[in-house]
Design a protein around this ligand. Structure first.
Ligand code: NAI
Ligand code: COI
Ligand code: MG
Length: 361
């Protein structure tokens, strides 16, 4: 829990670097948080914990009890990414990815916010035409603790594989509210994405979203897209979107797709929120192909740390300073995945240089 000593608050952050490039991007984000803390008079106590494959190697389980207790008692949780070929053959319940799903469920973080922004002047980093990417500013609100990632029954036998997609009214209502509330602070438009032309669970989703809209948010514009069309529309004309609300699986897929708009999966941050500590992690995975090479783009994790400051620690000013510093560093020379020349370390140094200098008393 937060400690207050001599007018200074110390924020307790549980840090789960994870696997592959996770430790590289988390270490970059912690340096930036430390520097932003110096500039804005914030103190952090970081507890580093093995999670995912690192925890399997240390104690045989991806989500050990020690981590369960530490995250529940923290002010916020910062995560890199988990997984890799080394652990892929383990039984489902001991896999890194299952540990991550269980962490999200344990924290009750049902609302996954994945903003996708093209910073002004940086549309040239997109593989899309600049006039298509320019001005993109959308928010994917992904339901995170329900749907097919958690549905029962789920099993494999030698002759069939089964996963179940399931949503309750309460689960859809609460994520719909998050999306409508977010739209009220933005451009006032929500697009609900589903596959209601085929799936009963999607028709249910759509009916519940319509009900929440009619009863509580008539001031917000609501429309609906099937997920296949939504994928196409996202890269054809991303500026048509403000808030996209969608189920767990569709949000996972659409957010990787949307990363193409600003130019790299390495750029996208996320905040996962519920009633307890928030979980902050980049959208990307552990990128085993980049592990140990020093070239991972740390922006998604640095911007996730900024989301942590804004959403969990009520430090919006420091969050905005980090976002501005990232933009400056990208303008100077981006990371290699974006066609620039900087690796993780050099890029992080550039962000640190672009942050405000400490105000010392
Ligand atoms: N939240 C998490 O911990 C997630 C974990 N995973 C796990 O990660 C492992 C690898 O999965 P993939 O499907 O390859 O997805 P991935 O997101 O790790 O990588 C996809 C592609 O994007 C690139 N990329 C990802 N992050 C980057 C960054 N920061 N900078 C530059 N390029 C970046 C990678 O090099 C790769 O070409 C698997 O074990 C998977 O289960 C995947 C997604 C999310
Ligand atoms: C690895 C998974 C558990 C999830 C995933 O890809 C994501 O949350 O983006
Ligand atoms: Mg994903």
């Amino acid at each position: 829990m937060t400690h207050v000593t001599h007018d200074h608050v110390t924020y307790n952050v549980a840090v789960l670097p994870g696997d592959g490039i996770g430790p590289d991007v988390v270490s970059a984000a912690l340096r930036v948080l430390g520097a932003a803390g110096e500039a804005y008079g914030l103190r952090f106590a970081f507890s580093h914990l093995a999670f995912g494959g690192a925890a399997i190697d240390a104690c045989g389980h991806p989500f050990p009890d020690e981590v369960r207790a530490a995250v529940a008692g923290a002010d916020a949780v910062l995560l890199g990414a988990v997984g890799g070929p080394k652990w892929d053959a383990l039984p489902r319940e001991r896999r890194c990815e299952t540990g991550l799903l269980n962490l999200r469920k344990h924290l009750g973080v049902y609302s996954n916010l994945r903003p996708v922004r093209v910073f002004e002047g940086l549309e040239g980093l997109s593989p899309l035409k600049s006039e298509v990417a320019r001005g993109t500013d959308l928010l994917i609100v992904r339901e995170l603790t329900g749907g097919i990632y958690f549905g029962k029954p789920s099993f494999n036998t030698p002759t069939e594989g089964v996963s179940t997609d399931r949503y309750t009214r309460g689960e859809v209502e609460r994520i719909a509210r998050v999306a409508f509330e977010a739209a009220r602070t933005r451009s006032g438009r929500v697009t609900s994405v589903d596959k209601a032309n085929v799936l009963d669970v999607s028709q249910f989703w759509r009916d519940v979203v319509v009900g929440v809209h009619e009863s509580s948010y008539p001031d917000v514009t609501l429309d609906h897209l099937y997920v296949d069309n939504a994928a196409m529309q996202l890269v054809r004309d991303p500026r048509q979107f403000d808030v996209i609300v969608t189920a767990n699986l569709f949000g996972d897929i659409l957010s990787d797709l949307a990363a193409v708009i600003p130019g790299s999966l390495g750029l996208l941050p996320s905040a996962s929120l519920g009633d307890g500590p928030g979980l902050f992690e980049p959208v990307h995975g552990s990128a085993p192909d980049l592990a140990g090479k020093g070239v991972a783009n740390p922006v998604g994790t640095i911007l996730s740390a900024a989301m942590m400051l804004r959403h969990s620690l009520d430090q919006g000013e420091a969050a905005s300073a980090i976002e501005a510093a990232v933009q400056t560093a990208l303008e100077e020379d981006p990371t290699t995945d974006l066609g620039g020349s900087r690796g993780t370390e050099a890029f992080t140094e550039a962000v640190l240089k672009a942050l405000p200098t400490p105000v010392r008393s």
